[in-house]
Every structure is written in C-alpha cells, then in structure tokens.
Ligand binder design. Structure first.
Ligand code: FEO
Length: 424
C-alpha cells in the first residue's frame, strides 16, 4: 500500500495491470463538482496509459489545472513519440482539459471518440481545420499489436457521447464516468481505500439515475464481459470484486418499489390547499381517474412539506397530476420543491397535468404545466382551474378531467402532443 501512496504523492504513474498504468491526477480539495455534487473527499481525474506491442494508448486526460500532474506521470512510463492512440470516453472538460497540450506533444496520435462526439470535440478545441479524429461505435476495435481496445457506446452515462473501452486480453473495462465516484484517496484501489460506498451511491443518484433507461441498456453490454478490473474516470479503481459494482448498478436501476399493480397504470395526485378548495378538486380528479379500468390512483397532500419520499414514487409512476392554489401569483413551495427534486429521476414521456383553485389571477396551473413540459412530461390534457370554491358542476368537470387523464394513461384516448423540440 505504501508504494501506491508514495507513487501517488510523488506524481509517479501507478501500475494497474502488467501493461496498464494510472496517469491521472488527485484533487483532494474539491468540495463541489458541476455546481450540484458535493465532494466531501475531493475527487480524482483518472487517466490510463496502455502499452501494446505496437504502440501506446492514452485513455482520457485530466482537468486542465491538473495537466502538469498528468504529464509528469505519463512521462514516467512513456515517451510522447510512442503514443499511437488517444481515447476519449467522453468529452467533459474534467477529462479533456489536457488534450490540446497532449496533441501538441504527440501530434502523431490518432484520437478515438464516440460517433456522437465530433461536433462537441470541434467546439471544445476550436480547431476544426487541423483536428483529426476517428468516430467509433459499439464493437469497433483498435489494435495495439498484442493488446486491443473494444468500444461500447453507453449514451447518456452521463453525456450523449459516453463510451467505455474494454481491454479483452486483460479483462479491464475503462468505463469513463460509469462506476465512478468523487472520492480522492491516494491508496487508489478499492481494496485499499477508505469506505467509499456513500460516494458511489451518491454519484449514481446524481449522475446516472436520471438516465436509468440507458443504465439498463449499457448493463446489457457490460454484464456479459469477463471483468478483472473496472477502471473508471473518477474515484477508486475497482479491482476487488468488480462485478459487485456492476450488480449494484443493476440493483439501483431496477424498480425500487415493486408493487402489486401488475400491468395497471399508476397516476399520483399531489396537492396543496389553503381553504380546502384545491383539496376538493383533487378528490374529484382522483374519483374520476379511478373509474378508468387498469388505472391505479394515489392521492397525496403535500401540506407536511416533505417531498423527498415521493421522488421514488414518481420515478415508478406513469403519470402525475399537481394541484396547487395560486398564492401571490405563484404555485406553492412544496409543489415546486417536488418538481425540483425530479431532476434526479427520469421523467421523459410520463403524463403530467395541473389543476387548482385561485382567487385573483390563477397563474399556478400554467406555471406548473410549463415546468412539467420542461421536465419532458407529456401534458396532453389542458390544466383545469376553478375560481375560489368549486361548484358541483365544476367538481363534475374535475371528475371528467380525472377520467381524461386515466384514459390517456391507458391509451383509450389519444391526444396530439406537440413536442416543442420538433419545432426547432
Ligand atoms: Fe467526469 Fe462527466 O466528467
């Protein structure tokens, strides 16, 4: 262990396997990453150097401020003239910051990026004329003589261009941000490091969870691989029981709330009510949706103010309806809190709807619908507003509104939904 710590401290490359070295950088002082992630242990920018019989590959680089550390490590195990290949598993600047300098020092190197990455790479380097790159997709391979890199396209984990590179001769998966975490430890390997389970789960929750569908797709490619080591782009290198981390991703991406609804569609109604008017509306919407066969409806009053427990429910649901009065020209805070928590989960394509009672101006429903669309919910049934106390007729309309939502969920009614992305 001491040898690893000393090498990390002295900016030496650290051997990961017979032909693979870690040439990354340590950032123990980082406390916030990408504005949204807390990094109580800092992070590492992992880059790797692979030596084949016919050349050297560099897999990812580091954040620009840490380029000196990266180059010092790299120079301890290879000459720039030996570098034949540079692989960028995705183009976020924390992994491409040293690329321009690396290309100056190793101009002969061929850059391999995802077939989804060329436009981003050009934007990143601002050097369209001279830039040479090779787009690759799942199954494409690079030969370094006695070593091979085979690519797996893993889109949205967490950028559109994310890919992994597999080294079949040594059973190593260079996984990019997948299976990574923000945890800086000079012991570098998971069997030597401190307890990083919190960081691993936290990173998944904030970075991968919104793309759960893509996690499951990627696992179909990764699970069949024989794995000795997972070498991610952040945090510990996973050489002890690497498959357990793959398995953990499978667990995290699998439905957390198996319930007995079978093939029923689930609609969650969340509401707040100052004088009981929006509550009456919510109950009427609920009673209407319940009349539609194969729809399972749940009604929740957010008056308690706590919304986090509902995020898992929304992740599993087929649709939500939000009821809020308008207070001072706005929807109520717990509803906004619930919506803001949804950036952590996949909401694209779920049904969304809004309703509420109002006294003067009634902006809340429009505002909620707009936010739902922003989160990629489909909002095919126009929101429903009632001025002050709902009449019997208006409660019947709320009931009908619920019936409509239920029918949309079960496909019994189809609405033309304009996707604003199509209009761009
Ligand atoms: Fe670690 Fe997505 O950059």
């Amino acid at each position: 262990m001491d040898a690893v710590i000393n090498a990390a401290t002295n900016r030496e490359a650290i051997q990961v396997a017979e032909r693979v070295h870690w040439v990354g950088a340590l950032d123990p002082q980082l406390r916030t990453f990408d504005l949204i992630l807390q990094t109580a242990n800092g992070t590492t920018y992992n880059a790797y150097l692979l030596r084949g019989s016919e050349g050297v590959a560099v897999i990812d680089t580091v954040k620009e401020e840490f380029a000196d550390e990266f180059f010092t490590r790299l120079e301890s195990v290879a000459d720039y003239s030996e570098i034949k290949v540079i692989v960028l598993n995705h183009l976020e600047p924390d992994h491409t910051g040293a690329l321009p300098t690396l290309l100056q020092r190793a101009p002969q190197a061929q850059v391999y990026i995802s077939y989804k990455a060329p436009k981003m790479l050009k934007a990143l380097l601002k050097d369209e004329q001279t830039l040479q790159f090779n787009p690759v997709n799942t199954g494409d391979e690079i030969s370094l003589g006695d070593r091979t890199l085979r690519f797996i396209h893993t889109p949205y984990l967490h950028w559109p261009d994310t890919q992994c590179a597999y080294l079949p001769e040594d059973y190593i998966l260079f996984s990019g941000d997948v299976f990574g975490c923000h945890f800086c430890d000079t012991r570098l390997f998971n069997d030597l490091c401190g307890d990083f389970r919190f960081s691993f789960e936290y990173y998944y929750a904030h970075i991968m969870r919104p793309f759960r569908k893509y996690v499951l797709e990627a696992l179909q490619h990764i699970e069949p691989l024989e794995l000795e080591i997972i070498a991610p782009s952040h945090g510990p290198i996973l050489r002890d029981r690497p498959n357990s981390y793959v398995q953990r991703f499978r667990e995290l991406a699998t439905s957390k709330l198996p319930i007995e609804q079978g093939s029923d569609k689930t609609l969650l109604i969340f509401y707040l009510s100052s004088y009981g008017n929006t509550a009456k509306m919510a109950q009427a919407v609920c009673s209407g949706a319940e009349t539609v066969a194969n729809v399972r409806v749940s009604l929740y009053d957010l008056a308690g103010g706590e919304v986090e427990p509902f995020v898992n429910l929304v992740e599993e649901a087929d649709g939500i309806a939000l009821g809020s009065p308008t207070i001072n020209g706005d929807a109520t805070k717990p509803i906004w809190d619930l919506l803001s928590s949804m950036v952590m989960i996949e909401t694209q394509g779920k049904l969304g709807a809004a309703f509420g009672s109002y006294g003067w101006s009634g902006e809340a429903v429009d505002m909620l619908e707009s936010r739902l669309r922003g989160l990629k919910f489909k909002v095919p049934v126009p929101g429903f507003r009632v001025k002050l106390i709902p009449t019997e007729e208006e409660l019947q309309q709320c009931h009908d509104f619920g019936v409509q939502l239920g029918k949309v969920l079960t496909g019994k009614t189809t609405h033309k939904v304009i996707d604003f992305e199509d209009l761009v």
